[in-house]
Design a protein around this ligand. Sequence first.
Ligand SMILES: *Cc1c(COP(=O)(O)O)cnc(C)c1O
Length: 515
Amino acid sequence: MTAIPSAQTSPLPPGTESFDPANSEAWEALRALGHRMLDDMLDIQSSLTHRPAWQELPATKRHLFDEPAPIEGIGADAAYDRFRSHILPYGNGNWHPRFFGWVQGQGTPLAMLAEMLAAGMNPHLAGFNHSPPMVERQVVSWLAQLMGIPGAGGLLVTGGTAANTHALGVARFAAVRARGGNVREHGLQHWPEGPTAKPLVFYGSVETHGWARKAAEWLGLGDRAFRRVPVDAAYEMDLVALRGMIERDRQNGLDPFCVMGTAGTVNTGATDALPAIAQLCRDESLWFHVDGAFGALAVLAPSVRDQMAGLELADSIAFDLHKWGAMPFECACVLVRDPAVNHDTFRANASYLAETSRGVSAGGVYFADRGLDLTRGFKALKVWMQLQASGVAKLGRIIEQNVTQAQHFARAVLAHPSLELLAPAPLNIVCFRYRADALDDDTLNVMNEELLLRLQERGIAVPSSTRIGGRFALRLAHVNHRTTDEDMALVLAAVTEIGDELVGELVAARAQRGP
Ligand SMILES: *Cc1c(COP(=O)(O)O)cnc(C)c1O
């Protein structure tokens, strides 16, 4: 065996170029810069609560982003200085303890470091005979166990949109095969002589996240194939309506193939009646998919895990690790109960990717064969390291903490005369508004939007918004592992304070206009 010299920097031969530093002095300079980056990042992450939740990039600094491509570089130190002055302070705020917008996770310091290790090692995760894919296999197998479908196949992908779309693609493949066709061969292009003579349709509630429309379009089903089922007062799918729609669609020559339940809807955190949908899918021979983008991980939290019952009955589940899993972007997981059908949907045989009996390519490109991507990064490492370091139990406690804080906040809203809860808050999402007697909905809509913008622009907190029955709602979606009870109290106080301030401004403006 040829020995590889250890711990010795090798200078570049003169006349050769590389992105590596050219000699040991240059390596030392980069090492010092790296240490500075690490110190800066940890300094900020450990003091976020004292910083604004959000601040906008000032107009005076925007010109940097209009500069043309640099033909000659300015050096790593200068490039980092630009990052520090123009980028670092002006993120969207989602790492901050008082960020509750949309559903965005914070990331963790350890996962950040794991990302550095993954990028430094930079392995290729199509498959092959090396440790990194074993890490992903293990992570997927852990997640399948936590979701109650041990042995499910799956992989990590970029996000919930990708994970759900993958699953719907597998469902579409399986449906066409069950009808004697082959969607990989014929696509859905030639309906009359294609895999199924009837248009395939699938079902989800009107509260389904926007990924489903994109997926329907992308998979060649078309948006008309996505049948939107009404919801009840709890914002859960109306199963009587679902049954009626399936029956009517069949009578009208359509071909139902899948029902999607949502575990944690993006608007209000509602979860569809998963066990009943599972039963209906069994009775009707339909694929049962669950979009658990953020909600599925609530299986780890004792007080709400009952809401997730039925997840374990799904044919496929999609969920994010970059929402309630606290991982830095991006990372999501798709699980398919029957690993074989997942493989059959995607497997390809390219000669340049041929499997060998020994060596690096032993085992073949098994991850590329379960999904769309060939070149895949080492996303699994951050999940693996965080779970190794802190354990599943701690993630469960943090999810529980978020639920407790959100529920407490919802109760405080109910108890406050100037606040109004606009939808049930079963999980971690609270939709509410500031209100005052004698103000109509139109005025309240304008006022609450202004309230939201002041909260954000003053750097106090970042909720987002939605519309509930036409009413503008402030929306807290709480997946934040950094939030303390004090942060929650501060947000509540700021909302009422700014609301009172806006009422004061309104009264003053009306008085000025006169009677
Ligand atoms: C966020 C979300 C998605 C989309 O996931 P991304 O990771 O943003 O692509 C899908 N469904 C639900 C319920 C979500 O909350």
